[in-house]
Write a protein that binds this ligand. Structure first.
Ligand code: TXA
Ligand code: MG
Length: 319
């Protein structure tokens, strides 16, 4: 892996694109100080340029180069959860590129804990801007193969770090204002965050385009995808006709169905394991010829919040 890290470092220094594993999802990385390299990210993802990028760093000592100020609660969150699946939105330092911030006065920063991301960040020695390594609006990749499926040869090098352990994107907390706000739920929950900052969090409910992950139709498979409550799910099975087949079911309640045109995927009852498998399962099902993917809803409790958020987005269809 060492020579691959060196190669990836060289590519970044020359303004190229790499894909790196993180514990959440794979990121499409470029030198966060090189505008030409940053532009390549937007081209490869076909992402609008006003959507800001997260800057990934190796450790807290690099923070002052990217952020102007860090509040006591932001400092506490950084100490508690970094390296890990948390992104903090902070007031940006003057020199941070508009391409990173989407012309805002804030910058998103994360210190990932995946050993390969850590090794690369240390070797590169500066910030790597990295959105999830998927085309805009599609499911985030959690394996190297999924990155290739999404972006093909537009990436100069894909570092293979196996399947991402967390499986869904980081929790984003905006700590740039008076009150901390969760912009995107992740596997680090509000309660965990509140316990560290001793403050009640505000959850942003409305759609704010600057957080592309907050657009309703995001993380969506191409196959028609439905999220049904356990009752709706039973009703769907009872009224299923030949015309609905083949269908894929992602279930939590064990079922035995003897129809070859019904593919049943038993998802875990544990949210950590469910999150770990979620995108890989959706992607695999989306690559087969199903008429639809039907997902049994998950509990509304906090530990499931990030998963439920992604399921709602995966199944959202504008009227
Ligand atoms: O887990 C993750 O966060 C992954 C890995 C690769 O680190 N990255 C990721 O990046 O999910 P992306 O670009 O797919 O999603 C980051 C979200 C975007 O919706 C972006 O709009 C938002 O973070 N964001 C970044 N900087 C921001 C800022 N300054 N203010 C508000 N939102 C910001
Ligand atoms: Mg993304």
């Amino acid at each position: 892996m060492n020579s691959l890290i060196n190669q990836a470092t060289l590519i970044l220094k020359r303004g190229g694109l790499i894909a790196m594993p993180t514990e959440t999802v794979y990121g499409l990385g470029a030198d966060a100080k090189n505008p030409d390299a940053l532009r390549k990210i937007f081209q490869a993802k076909q992402r609008p340029t006003d959507h800001p990028l997260i800057v990934h760093l190796a450790d807290i000592s690099q923070l002052s180069e990217w952020v102007r100020a860090i509040s006591p609660s932001a400092q506490r969150l950084a100490e508690a959860f970094w390296p890990g699946p948390l992104t903090l939105i902070l007031p940006k330092a003057a020199q941070v590129s508009d391409l990173v911030t989407g012309c805002q006065q804030t910058v998103g920063v994360r210190i990932p804990r995946h050993p390969i991301a850590q090794a690369l960040l240390r070797s590169f020695g500066s910030g790597i801007a990295a959105p999830s390594a998927n085309r805009f609006g599609r499911i985030s990749p959690t394996t190297a193969a999924a990155v290739y499926e999404e972006l093909g040869d537009t990436v100069d090098l894909i570092l293979d770090g196996g399947i991402c352990v967390v499986g869904v994107e980081s929790t984003i907390v905006d700590v740039s204002g008076k009150y901390p706000v969760i912009l995107r739920p992740g596997m680090i929950t509000s309660t965990q965050i509140e316990a560290v900052i001793h403050q009640t969090l505000v959850t942003q409910k409305r759609n704010v385009p600057r957080v592309s992950g907050s657009l309703e139709a995001h993380y969506a498979p191409a196959t028609y995808t439905q999220l049904l409550s356990t009752e709706e799910f039973s009703h769907f099975l009872e009224t299923l006709t030949e015309g609905d087949l083949p269908v894929a079911l992602m279930i939590r309640t064990p079922l035995t169905l003897k129809n070859k045109k019904i593919t049943c995927i038993a998802m875990s009852a544990d949210p950590e394991l469910y999150a770990h498998d979620l995108y890989q399962t959706l992607r695999a099902l989306d690559n087969r010829e199903f008429k639809r993917i039907v997902i049994e809803d998950v509990p509304q409790s906090e530990r499931w919040q990030a998963i439920r958020d992604r399921l709602l987005k995966a199944s959202f269809r504008p009227l």
